[in-house]
Design a protein around this ligand. Structure first.
Ligand SMILES: NC(=O)c1ccc[n+]([C@@H]2O[C@H](COP(=O)([O-])OP(=O)(O)OC[C@H]3O[C@@H](n4cnc5c(N)ncnc54)[C@H](O)[C@@H]3O)[C@@H](O)[C@H]2O)c1
Length: 440
């Protein structure tokens, strides 16, 4: 039995025993013990106050010093840096949602001891022609790059110069299967692009476009990454409007031999917009027009690579149909610049990225003859099904909103590609090194 303030209690023996009252400490004789025992609440409150002061002051110092860190986007003109400055870029500081929520004045605070990290970028299809040039630029600006590729049309050779760089990773993976990675941006390029390759296994092509894009959008959603889709001018089909503006919905055969690619890309665009509207994913869409340059697959059926390889091998240049169908040809460095501006900018798109300079196939053959072999012969063949008659981008939107336009003309770009093809066809290393320097 316990009574009152310990005056009496029943011991195990059953006898009641007196309790001696606890002696109160005096502040004068035992000041430290007095404070610790008698004023514990006050001590606790003071401790909390000091801790809050430290946590508020130290990260503020950290973030103010980070503002003087040079940005690694030196390649972007100042004008673009100004326009992208206010883009919410978790990527620049690697902030978690928690960090962002905690930053009351919009200035991001990093936890003590966590340094600003590099941008982590995933490039699907990065071992291919366009992808490998994009990887070069991303590596050059200091990002950490992960390439995911199944090597259907891509080659390790295109990336071998990055293998020893710890900022670079290459993963053999098919985008039709899901993959879990932690990145800030996803450039989704994985898809065979030339008719020879995409018609080789049409079911696989549409699977890559639909399931591959779904998987990458799902990944973007899970990790809150920004997603860029490389769509194509083929979404305009055989266009009834010329030049093609982004608002044109196209004239596409849904059941033709090219539909696996054309309709696949159209569906990929639909998925991208639905993830954006419905799930608030940050997305970008580029509609790429014919692009050429070093590292294109030799003999992939695309007209520029065909003509160049044929002229080098002293074979006749094959022109399909009457050769009066037109195309516009963009050098790969111009495209990569456009893709990066689109990713860093504020606008979803779609944006046409292409060179508006329009050439008939016969005019292109003439440029190839002038560049490689003036005596190269031309051979006419029957045209392929659903081959569009005209193709020319209207790039006003990209000019206005991305501040982008192509810089390299066909007559400037073709020799750079010729040197690369010459090396790969004949093993002429010396010539290729020269062209690589020029391309840079
Ligand atoms: N080059 C052009 O003129 C052009 C024009 C319009 C659109 N595009 C688009 O740009 C992107 C790149 O084109 P490119 O010219 O570099 O083509 P490419 O064939 O050289 O590159 C495509 C890359 O994707 C990889 N790939 C294909 N299917 C894959 C899969 N299921 N999983 C993982 N990787 C896969 C290939 O191995 C290759 O490395 C494509 O999406 C293409 O549709 C290109």
């Amino acid at each position: 039995m316990v009574e009152g303030d310990g005056k009496k209690y029943m011991g195990s023996s059953g006898k009641s025993q007196a309790i001696r009252p606890r002696k109160r400490l005096s502040f004068v004789t035992y000041p430290i013990q007095y404070v610790l025992e008698e004023q514990r609440l006050v001590c606790l409150l003071i401790g909390i106050g000091i801790a809050s002061l430290i946590f508020t002051a130290v990260p503020a110092l950290t973030s103010s010093s980070s503002s003087s860190t040079p940005n690694h986007h030196g390649w972007i003109p100042d004008s673009l840096m100004e326009s992208t400055h206010h883009v919410p870029r978790r990527i620049a500081l690697e902030l978690s949602d928690y960090d962002r929520d905690q930053s009351s004045n919009g200035v991001a605070r990093l936890p003590v001891g966590l340094k600003n990290k590099r941008l982590r970028v995933l490039v699907t299809g990065g071992a291919g022609f366009v992808g490998s040039h994009l990887v070069d630029r991303l590596m050059e600006r200091g990002d950490s790059v992960i390439v995911v590729d199944n090597f259907f049309t891509g080659r390790k050779d295109n990336l071998v110069h990055h293998f020893s760089n710890p900022r670079f990773e290459l993963i053999r993976h098919d985008v039709v299967e899901p993959i879990m990675l932690e990145v800030d941006q996803i450039y989704h390029l994985a898809c065979p692009a030339s008719p020879v390759h995409y018609k080789y296994n049409p079911v696989k092509t549409i699977k890559t476009n639909v399931m591959g894009t779904l998987n990458m959008l799902g990944l973007a959603k899970r990790i809150n990454a920004r997603f860029l889709l490389t769509s194509t001018s083929e979404v305009y089909g055989d266009p009834l409007e010329h030049p093609q503006v982004e608002t044109y919905w196209g004239n596409v055969n849904p059941i033709g031999v090219r539909s696996c690619y054309d309709e696949g890309k159209r569906t990929a665009e639909t998925l991208t917009m639905d993830y954006h509207r419905g799930l608030n994913i940050e997305v970008r869409i580029a509609r790429i027009f014919n692009t050429y340059g070093p590292r294109m697959c030799i003999d992939d059926g695309r007209v520029v690579s065909n003509f160049v390889a044929q002229a080098l091998r002293k074979e006749p240049l094959t022109v399909y149909g009457d050769g009066k169908q037109t195309r516009s040809f963009q050098y790969v460095s111009d495209l990569v610049e456009g893709l990066m501006r689109l990713m860093e900018g504020d606008h979803v798109g779609p944006f046409n990225l292409g060179n508006p300079g329009e050439f008939t196939m016969l005019e292109l053959a003439k440029v190839v003859q002038d560049t490689i072999d003036p005596n190269a012969k031309i051979e006419f063949r029957e045209n392929t099904a659903d081959d569009p008659h005209k193709r020319k981008p209207d790039i006003s939107k990209a000019k206005k909103l991305l501040g982008w336009e192509p810089k390299v003309s066909l007559r400037e770009g073709l020799p750079l590609m010729v040197s690369d093809f010459r090396r790969r066809i004949f093993g002429d290393e010396k010539d290729a090194q020269g062209s690589q320097k020029l391309a840079e």
